[in-house]
Design a protein around this ligand. Sequence first.
Ligand code: AHG
Ligand code: MN
Ligand code: MN
Ligand code: MN
Length: 375
Amino acid sequence: HNADAFRTDLMTITRFVLNEQSKHPESRGDFSILLSHIVLGCKFVCSAVNKTTYCSQLNTCLAGLAKLIGLAGETNVQASEEQMTILSLSFSTHWLLLCLLQHYVPGEEQKKLDVLSNEVFVKALVSSGRTCILVSEEDEDAIIVEPSKRGKYCVVFDPLDGSSNIDCGVSIGTIFGIYMIKDGGEPSLEDVLQPGKNMLAAGYCMYGSSCTLVLSAGSGVNGFTLDPSLGEFILTHPDIKIPKKGKIYSVNEGNAKNWDGPTAKYVEKCKFPTDGSSAKSLRYIGSMVADVHRTLLYGGIFLYPADKKSPNGKLRVLYEVFPMSFLMEQAGGQSFTGKERSLDLVPKKIHERSPIFLGSYDDVEEIKALYAAEE
Ligand code: AHG
Ligand code: MN
Ligand code: MN
Ligand code: MN
């Protein structure tokens, strides 16, 4: 056999975290147990995403077919006898397949994926017995874990990020951050309204062509890819470092008319550099997890600036800005809000937003200089 094909010393995420754990003898494996429950949630969402994406694409396809052959009561287009035969044949096989598939999609009714993902993560985190308070993008109020199941960790998360991209099969993800409870007392909002620099760990899972989990527990960033045949996340991107400078900028140019001066100037420089360097490429997927993952691996800058309509930008501090900023700093990059280092921000409300400029160290330095000149 080719030895590589059957590598036996598989570095699974569980083993990796246990190795990390051994550096902190004081901890009694609680973090590993918490992480294994987060990993379970990611595996579940990964399988649900694949089924749902396939289902919704199949639904669209069937709806199209149904329309064409008038089953859905639409106006019937003229089709030849032969075309009708082929269409009705393919329709019935698709229909049969969809019915089979519907039967296997988890949950009694077709729940919206972000609601389903949220339920899965809340259940997985509570059942880990290692959390005391949870903040989810999908829940208005923080969840205080029942006393019998409490642990010392506070988890903030976006169960499904990029949800507008579900039906077209574009990568989406889950983002999470982990704090330690501030003091041993009753858990309260103070335990999650901490600056991002107090986070112990942060990560995201991206559901794309493959399922990739990127994690940092404060000593570097590592990427793991789900091997579906094993059901295990295997270390594929050890010690990720973001390039010091990149050639890509990532922003929703559709908001350009509302940008403030420094952002507008920075984007102008990306497109029409005055120092003789070549223009940057624009890449914008619209799922933060996918845009940040590309930035982390290829370098460059991701921006979701403030604008006249939303003075605090769009992205949420606790479970989008902080975890991604934590990872960027751990990978040698940086993250800036337009006013300060993102991780220094002290949130007042659990769902508050902040502008964010993150990515390669030198690229973020440029936009910091433009904001400093503005003051
Ligand atoms: P979510 O799906 O969790 O609400 O997050 C969507 C966010 C983020 O994923 C992405 O960067 C941003 O929305 C895109 O916003 P625009 O469509 O305004 O560019
Ligand atoms: Mn999000
Ligand atoms: Mn979301
Ligand atoms: Mn949302």
